[in-house]
Unconditional design. Structure first.
Ligand SMILES: Cc1cc2nc3c(=O)[nH]c(=O)nc-3n(C[C@H](O)[C@H](O)[C@H](O)COP(=O)(O)OP(=O)(O)OC[C@H]3O[C@@H](n4cnc5c(N)ncnc54)[C@H](O)[C@@H]3O)c2cc1C
Length: 391
C-alpha cells in the first residue's frame, strides 16, 4: 500500500487530520487498532474550545454538533459553599465553548471519512514506524491477521499515549517532561438532567468535584479520589452522597440523582515529549502530550496539532517550501506548554493534595477569592479555558 500521509490512530486527532487533508486534496490512509464500535463509544472528553468548534465547522463536520451541542458561555466556581460564575464572552470579547462529547465528534468524522475520504482501516494495528529519517517512511502493520507495509511520504502518529509512533524517535534525540498526581478522577455517567446549566468546578476540603453533562438528559460527574482507586469499590449511593457534600452551597442548591450507567477512574498526568517531529514522522495529540483533564484541553490540543500539520503540508504542496513543516514542532509546543500550564494551574487550584498543609489550603482559597474579585484574574482563566489560538 502507498499513500501521501500515513495516519496511525483514529481518535479525534487522526480522524480530523484525514478530513482536513481530504479537503485539501491530499490523500491519506488511517490505521486504527480497535474496531469501529470501540472507537465510537470510548467515553472521554466533552468540551470543545471555540477554535475547535470553528475548525470542525470549516471542515464540514459541524452540522450535528451545531444541532445537538450545547453552547456554554461560562462555568461556575464553587468553594466555601459560595458560587462564582465566570462569564466567558464578557471577558474574552465573545468567545465560548461547546459541550459535545468526543464520542460524537468521532462518530461524525468516521461517517464522513467512510463516505467521502480515503481508506480508514479498523482492527489494523501499527507495529512500527520505519525509516522516519529517510525520504520514504513506512508503517508496518497487521490487518485481519496479515502483516503489511504502508509506504508514505509522511507519517503522522495520532496513536495516543500508548501508541508506537513515539518509539520511532531515537531516545538520544528525545526529551520528556512529566508529572503524575497523587489522585485521579472517579467519573460517572448518569441518566439524569444536569443539575446546573453550566459546568461546576467545586473546591472542597474533602477533594475536588466536577459537574458536567453530555446531553440535556445525561449528566457526567467526577470526584477526586486517591490514585489507584478501583471504581467498583464505590457504591452508587456513596458516590451521590459524596458529590452532594462537595457541591453543597449556602443557598440550598440541590443535586439531582439518577441511575448511574457507567463509572471509571482516570489517572492524572502531565506529560510532554519533545520534539514533536523526527524527519518525516510527526507526532500529534496524546501521542506527544498529556494534560490532566481539569482544564478540558486534551482533545483541543490534538485538534490544534493536526490543524498545524495540515496547514503546513498544504503550504508545502502550494509553494514548495517546507518552512511550516520545519516549524511544526516549535509551533505546536508553544501552544502545548500554555495548555500544560493552564491545566496544571486549574488542577492545583481545585484539588486537595494528600499531603497539603494548612498554609497551602489557605493559599488555594486566596486564589479562588482573587478570581472572584479581580476581572484581570478572571480574564486570564476565561482566555485559557476558551482556548489558545491554533498556529
Ligand atoms: C480515560 C480518559 C478520559 C479523558 N477525559 C477527558 C476529559 O474529560 N476532558 C478532556 O479534555 N480530555 C479528556 N481526555 C483526554 C482526551 O480524550 C484526549 O486528549 C484525546 O482523546 C486525544 O486524542 P488523540 O486522537 O490524540 O488520541 P486518542 O483519542 O487516544 O486516539 C488514539 C487512537 O490510536 C489508536 N491506536 C493506539 N495504538 C495504535 C496502534 N499501534 N496502531 C493503530 N492504532 C493505534 C487508539 O486505539 C486510538 O483510537 C481523557 C483521556 C482518557 C484516556
Amino acid at each position: 500500500m502507498r499513500t501521501t500521509v500515513g495516519i496511525i490512530g483514529a481518535g479525534p486527532a487522526g480522524l480530523l487530520l484525514a478530513r482536513l487533508l481530504h479537503n485539501a486534496g491530499i490523500d491519506s490512509v488511517v490505521l486504527e487498532s480497535r474496531d469501529r464500535a470501540y472507537v465510537e463509544h470510548r467515553q472521554r472528553a466533552g468540551i470543545l474550545e471555540q477554535g475547535t468548534v470553528d475548525v470542525l465547522r470549516a471542515a464540514g463536520a459541524g452540522e450535528r454538533m451545531d444541532r445537538e451541542g450545547l453552547r456554554h458561555d461560562g462555568i461556575e466556581l464553587r468553594y466555601a459553599k459560595k458560587r462564582h460564575r465566570v462569564d466567558f464572552p464578557a471577558l474574552t470579547g465573545g468567545r465560548s465553548v461547546m459541550v459535545y462529547a468526543q464520542t460524537e465528534v468521532c462518530k461524525d468524522l468516521i461517517a464522513l471519512q467512510l463516505k467521502e475520504g480515503g481508506p480508514l482501516l479498523f482492527e489494523a494495528e501499527a507495529l512500527a514506524v520505519e525509516g522516519a529519517d529517510t525520504g520514504s517512511p513506512r508503517v508496518r502493520f497487521r490487518h485481519e491477521g496479515v502483516e503489511d507495509v504502508l509506504e508514505c511520504d509522511y507519517v503522522v502518529g495520532c496513536d495516543g499515549f500508548w501508541g508506537v509512533a513515539r518509539k520511532a524517535v531515537p531516545a538520544a534525540l528525545s526529551r520528556t517532561f512529566e508529572r503524575t498526581y497523587p489522585f485521579g478522577w472517579l467519573g460517572i455517567l448518569a441518566d439524569v438532567p444536569p443539575s446546573h446549566d453550566e459546568l461546576v468546578y467545586a473546591h472542597h476540603d474533602r477533594g475536588f468535584a466536577l459537574l458536567s453533562m453530555r446531553t440535556p438528559t445525561v449528566s457526567r460527574l467526577y470526584l477526586q479520589v486517591p490514585e489507584g482507586t478501583d471504581a467498583e469499590a464505590w457504591r452508587d449511593e456513596d458516590i451521590w452522597a459524596e458529590l452532594e457534600r462537595r457541591f453543597e452551597t449556602a443557598d440550598g442548591w440541590r443535586l439531582q440523582r439518577g441511575p448511574i450507567t457507567q463509572k471509571s477512574v482516570t489517572p492524572m498526568r502531565s506529560y510532554v515529549h519533545e520534539p514533536m517531529r523526527h524527519g518525516r514522522l510527526f507526532l500529534a495529540g496524546d501521542a506527544a502530550h498529556i494534560v490532566p483533564p481539569t482544564g478540558a484541553k486534551g482533545l483541543n490540543l490534538a485538534v490544534g496539532d493536526v490543524v498545524t500539520f495540515a496547514r503546513a503540508l498544504t503550504y508545502e504542496k502550494e509553494t514548495g517550501s517546507a518552512e511550516l513543516l520545519d516549524a511544526y514542532s516549535a509551533t505546536c509546543l508553544g501552544r502545548v506548554w500554555q495548555a500544560e500550564r493552564f491545566s496544571y494551574d486549574m488542577t492545583t487550584l481545585l484539588h486537595r493534595a494528600p499531603d497539603a498543609t494548612a498554609f497551602e489550603d489557605r493559599l488555594q482559597l486566596a486564589r479562588l477569592e482573587r478570581l472572584a474579585s479581580s476581572r484581570a484574574a478572571e480574564t486570564d482563566l476565561a482566555e485559557g479555558y476558551t482556548g489558545f489560538p491554533f498556529g
